[in-house]
Design a protein around this ligand. Structure first.
Ligand SMILES: [Mg+2]
Length: 270
């Protein structure tokens, strides 16, 4: 049987450079994926509003996953790039914000120090992320989870996470923010897409997944070929997997290095 692959990639710190958000160092591997008709699924904590222009700039027409697995967007067949079917996994943001508000006002929650996207201005977000005004505005258009900056102690954070868990919410550490969500993670969304491709093509797809942070672990764990991308600001997150590849290059340099190595190897074995 001919093996088929899908590549699933995180954006910030993975395909995009942590500091500059550039991906030109990954161009060779991006071209190889196109040449071999291998789908590239962008899978990020970013919003749909942020991911749409990025997909366009990358000339990417494959499905994509937003807000840490909260939704899968499938391009509608035969249409232009503005029509999508959205499969939702996550709790909507308004419900998450009201739970966070309740925690903040509760007796045990008064000591917790954190700032969410809903508490900060556009210019504060620009300062925290280095994003320009337009991109920061798009990052604010969240539909599901809430990213937080934690300003309290590690001990308080543990207690905060326990309270969230009791209320059915999860926290995941991304490159810059602690993401609060419910009912979703990148792994669930990738698994759904893997089945989608299987049903669509009749082929068994193997997943090559690339990420740099804790919020990528769920998708790296279910991938046949997980790639941990080296970060200039932190150590590799913990991942136990038989086939894990850790890059030597940072961000898109590591992305390029890993995919060229994996795909060239696999071409030889098909
Ligand atoms: Mg990342």
């Amino acid at each position: 049987m001919k093996l088929e692959y899908i590549v699933v990639s995180d954006l910030d710190g993975t395909l995009l450079d942590h500091h500059t958000y550039a991906w030109n160092a990954a161009q060779q591997a991006l071209d190889l994926l196109k040449l071999r008709h291998i789908p590239l699924i962008l899978c990020s904590s970013k919003t749909a509003a942020e991911m749409l222009p990025l997909r366009q700039a990358l000339d990417n027409h494959d499905p994509f996953i937003t807000e840490n697995g909260a939704a899968v967007y499938l391009p509608a067949p035969g249409s232009d790039d503005n029509n999508y079917e959205r499969i939702e996994f996550g709790m909507n943001r308004a419900d998450i914000l009201s739970i966070l508000e309740k925690i903040k006002r509760s007796a045990e929650g008064k000591k917790f120090c954190f700032t969410g996207f809903s508490d900060i201005s556009l210019s504060e977000l620009m300062a925290a992320t280095g994003l320009d005004e337009e991109s920061a505005g798009k990052a604010m258009q969240r539909e599901f989870g809430e990213p937080l900056q934690w300003q309290g102690t590690e001990e308080d954070l543990k207690e905060f996470q326990q309270i969230l868990n009791r209320l059915g919410l999860d926290t995941l550490q991304g490159g810059r923010f602690l993401h609060v969500s419910a009912g979703c993670d990148k792994g669930k969304a990738v698994n759904w897409l893997k089945n989608y491709y299987h049903e669509k093509t009749g082929l068994y797809c193997q997943v090559i997944a690339l990420g740099d942070s804790e919020n990528d672990i769920s998708m790296l764990e279910i991938a046949e070929f997980p790639v941990l991308i080296k970060s200039p600001v932190k150590a590799f997150p913990a991942l136990s997997h038989e086939h894990v590849l850790r890059t030597t290059g940072y961000g898109p340099v590591g992305w390029n290095e890993a995919l060229l190595e994996l795909l060239n190897q696999k071409q030889g074995t098909q």
